[in-house]
Design a binder for this molecule. Structure first.
Ligand code: KIV
Ligand code: ZN
Length: 516
């Protein structure tokens, strides 16, 4: 018997962007959207168009670039939000407006200051308004996971009558347990007389580490759309991870009644891209996309896998894109191979000049590093992009002396607004010395919240990718730097973060919008 289709609604570019410091530029969003389209995601939530002019432009740019997936913008249940969302998604051949209002007692009373009947009225009004612009309208009952089930049933019934084609159940604060969400969805589908007129959807947050389990439980109860993000990126502990639900559905096709359109071979490249754009590294033991997800350390496991792979493996690494991702380029690779690999990674260069520059950087790296992997290319392109942005600070030179038992000293030359400035400092370690030297010039007043180093590929000649998170006056940015020398990578990441924190905001953090 044919299986039901499970709609994969990706919100990396909207909810994912709400992670601290994960703000993406318009061009970055377009790059990620193209990779999501290649992954054959059904719906791409490109942003929250009304949040700021930058958000509007980013949603519009995604809507103009995407042909196969539906492009969606979030909007509160307010006239202006819906009008702006409609305008932003207009260029897309398939478009959806996603409007929401909170339905839990705590949100209605303290945040919205509305009576339940007023909430129903506003929800119905918003859906009818959104239907004037598109036939594809999703309604979300924010904080559904803590809402009264009878009230929720009334809200969903009313919005379906008003024209909502998708009804979404967000567990906004990640409070539900799998068996509970399964019962709730089952009850809702039975209670709501017109539930067969809309697709029911689930949107889970991972505060208790249950987002994927909750989403699958909701599907078991009858939901036919899951909202998720690449790498599980999202508010606080994140959202349902796309790669985990998709591979659970595929791997356990024997007991799951649904199937997805996702072309799973593009999962790992998508994960890499999102990680490098946002500066959120993927933990090595992360399911599906972590560096160790398919690595067998124990001798017994290795022996078993060599004898018969299925003894210890339930999925094939190549099915999620690990092998396709291992394509190696080297110093003898030509421009055509280089360009074709960039195309496959969804990296689009503006013109021949940008390609020449990228190719020269590639050759330079190939002189220092024997094999160049996809991750190296992505880091290379990030560096090129960062330099192309008009940056205030740039690293001209760096040396560090370090000897056991003696405090290391860093000497560096910075280019600040085009002029070169020398600085030196001692520190508790080489990186600390470098950061003190940079701060002796920048005096940024920012607070270092995170410093992490990841080997981009394997081997001692691997590039180190450093992420630095800085906070200043409530604004958080993630700086990235990559180099075969991790002290240089650390300096680059710190300077990138400084450049970002001094840049005027292109987009407002979506959560800063009133009433959200
Ligand atoms: O978590 C949430 O409630 C949301 C909605 C706006 C769908 O992100
Ligand atoms: Zn959410």
């Amino acid at each position: 018997m044919a299986k039901d289709q499970l709609i994969i609604f990706d919100t990396t570019l909207r909810d994912g962007e709400q992670s601290p410091g994960a703000s993406m530029t318009r061009d970055e969003k377009v790059r990620i959207a193209k990779v999501l389209e290649r992954l054959r995601v059904d719906v791409i939530e490109a942003g929250f168009a009304v949040a700021s002019p930058g958000d509007f432009e980013a949603v519009k740019a995604v809507a103009s670039a995407i042909k196969d997936s539906t492009v969606c913008s979030l909007s509160r249940a307010l006239d202006r939000d819906i009008e702006i969302a409609a305008e932003a998604i207009a260029p897309a051949p398939r478009r959806r407006i996603h409007t929401f209002i909170a339905t839990s007692p705590i949100h209605m009373k303290h945040k919205l200051k509305l009576e339940p009947e007023q909430v129903i009225e506003q929800a119905v009004y918003a859906v009818k308004k959104a239907r004037q612009y598109t036939d594809d309208v999703e309604f979300s009952a924010e904080d559904a996971g803590r809402s009264d089930i009878d009230f929720l049933a009334r809200v969903f019934e009313a919005v379906i009558d008003a024209g909502a084609t998708t009804c979404n159940f967000p567990d906004t604060v990640g409070y539900n347990l799998p068996f509970q969400i399964e019962d709730t969805i089952r009850t809702l589908l039975t209670k709501i007389p017109n539930s067969d007129k809309a697709i029911f959807s689930v949107h889970c947050h991972n505060d208790l580490g249950l987002a994927v389990a909750n989403s699958l439980a909701a599907v078991r109860a009858g939901c036919r759309q899951i909202e998720c993000t690449i790498n599980g990126l999202g508010e606080r502990a994140g959202n349902t991870s796309l790669e985990e639900v998709v591979m659970a559905v595929k791997t356990r096709a024997d007991i799951v009644d649904v199937e997805t359109h996702i072309d799973t071979q593009h999962i790992v490249p998508a994960s890499r891209l999102v990680s490098s754009v946002t500066g959120f590294p993927v933990q090595p033991n992360k399911a599906i996309v972590g560096a160790n997800a398919f690595a067998h350390e124990s001798g017994i496991h290795q022996d078993g896998v060599l004898k018969h792979r299925e003894t210890y493996e339930i999925m094939r690494a190549e099915d999620v894109g690990w092998n396709t991702n291992k394509m190696v380029l080297g110093k003898h690779s030509g421009r055509a191979a280089f360009k074709s690999r960039l195309d496959e990674l969804g990296i689009i260069l503006a013109d021949d000049h940008a390609l020449n520059d990228a190719f020269a950087r590639f050759k330079d790296l190939a002189d220092r590093k024997h094999e160049i992997f996809d991750e190296d290319l992505q880091a290379l392109m990030n560096a090129q992009k960062m330099e192309a942005e008009s940056a205030r600070y740039d690293l001209a030179d760096l040396s560090v002396t370090s000897k056991m038992g003696v405090a290391p000293t860093a000497h560096l030359k910075l280019r600040v607004d085009g002029s070169e400035i020398d600085a030196s400092a001692q520190g508790d370690g080489p990186v600390d010395a470098v950061y003190k030297a940079i701060e002796s010039v920048a005096k940024s007043g920012s607070d270092l919240q995170l410093y992490s180093v990841n080997a981009i590929t394997t081997g001692t000649d691997s590039q180190g990718e450093v992420t630095v998170r800085l906070e200043k006056s409530g604004r958080i940015v993630n700086g990235l730097g990559a180099d075969t020398d991790i002290v240089v990578a650390s300096a680059k990441a710190y300077l990138h973060a400084l450049n970002l924190i001094e840049k005027p905001l292109e987009k407002q953090h979506p959560q800063k919008s009133e009433g959200i």
